[in-house]
Ligand binder design. Structure first.
Ligand code: PLP
Ligand code: COI
Length: 342
């Protein structure tokens, strides 16, 4: 199969339309089988549930070319499970795990020419999503839904790739206690847009959100969880019921313990403690592991000893091991790698 003529190594995190996407429809209480289509546009009624009341959720995962030339995805079963949780919280009919994984596999295989080559630094980002499509004007769930998966080749989420970023402690909240922070609802991202535009205008790369109830604990950013490393080499990651349960973070906990022999603490992390950490990073599918060099808390700078030039040593080991597993250089734990094309 011939690859598309794309400058893979210079891709940013943007949308490039690929050849095929998956679409399935829910009507009269059941999902149809779904099919691949070339049509990237969606036509819907002006009163569709997604347009009026933001009834939509999504997922994000990647397809990789491995060192030995296979095309694989990473733990798609966990994305399927999380999308079921998101759908339930938004009163949408979940897509079965089987259908989710089938759709992902079909979209990757149909767009194999867009899967960036091994070593290019780029990957194929997959975006499964679903939304209410029939008219609703009273506040209630739609009765018809569409589930789609499209693919787009991407490079690093943050310009500069592995260069440490600067983030600020944000005065806006991302998620309320007992709200929707733990699921991947589109509405969580809509409400973060003002905060991220404001952060960028002030010269920061990202926002650090605090817990809305007490504003003393570190939650996450708009699109990634945090990992910290203590001065004695322990990995610490915030535990909260209002953050997204990152698949990357859950995988890194295993990598840290089982591959690197590190101690891991999943616990509440107080803003006051930041000054004591040696390293900080953002983890997620898009972010992979992006090092944070500095956090600015209302003018007060917290500079991690790892500095602004490169990833800290423990973050780097976590990064190398995780990406080594994803790209087939390091043996993966059972069930983590889903091969799509040999
Ligand atoms: N937190 C938020 C708010 C996200 O949008 C994402 C991205 O999916 C993550 C964390 C990281 O999750 P994952 O590692 O499953 O991609
Ligand atoms: C991801 O990492 O897949 C995300 O969804 C984060 C962001 C791009 C929204």
């Amino acid at each position: 199969m011939e690859k598309k003529n794309i400058d893979w190594s210079n891709l940013g995190f943007g949308y490039i339309q690929t050849d095929k996407r998956f679409v399935a429809n829910y009507k009269d209480g059941a999902w149809d089988e779904g099919t691949l289509t070339e049509d990237a546009n969606i036509v819907m009624n002006e009163c569709a549930g997604v347009l009026q009341y933001a009834q939509t959720c999504f997922e994000g995962l990647k397809a990789y070319t491995t060192e030995d030339g296979r095309i694989v995805t990473f733990r798609p079963d966990l994305n399927a499970e999380r999308m079921i949780d998101s759908a339930k919280r938004l009163e949408m009919p979940p897509v079965s795990k089987e259908m989710f994984i089938k759709a992902v596999k079909e979209v990757v295989a149909a767009n194999a020419a867009y899967v960036p080559p091994y070593g290019s630094g780029a990957t194929l980002y997959l975006r499964p999503y679903m939304f209410g499509i029939d008219p609703v004007i009273g506040v209630k769930p739609a009765s018809q839904y569409q589930f789609r998966v499209f693919a787009t080749p991407v490079g690093p989420y943050f310009k500069g790739g592995a260069k440490p970023i600067t983030i600020r402690v944000c005065d806006f909240d991302r998620a309320a206690p007992h709200g929707t922070g733990h699921v991947k609802a589109g509405l969580n991202y809509a409400m973060s847009l003002h905060a991220i535009v404001d952060a960028h205008n002030q010269g920061y790369d990202e926002n650090m959100y605090l817990d809305a109830a007490t504003r003393t604990k570190v939650e996450e950013t708009g699109g990634a969880n945090f990992i910290f490393v203590t001065k004695d080499g322990k990995v610490v990651t915030p535990k909260s019921s209002t953050i997204l349960p990152s698949i990357t973070r859950r995988s890194l906990i295993v990598v840290a313990k089982d591959y690197l022999g590190l101690e891991v603490e999943e616990r509440e992390v107080y803003l006051d403690e930041l000054k004591d950490f040696a390293e900080c990073g953002l983890c997620g599918t898009a972010a992979v592991i992006s090092p944070v060099g500095k956090v600015v808390d209302h003018g007060k700078e917290i500079c991690f000893p790892s500095g602004m030039e490169e990833m800290g040593p423990v973050t780097k080991k976590l990064y190398d091991t995780l990406t080594g597993i994803q790209m087939g250089r390091i043996e993966a734990p059972e069930g983590w790698i889903c091969t799509i094309c040999e």
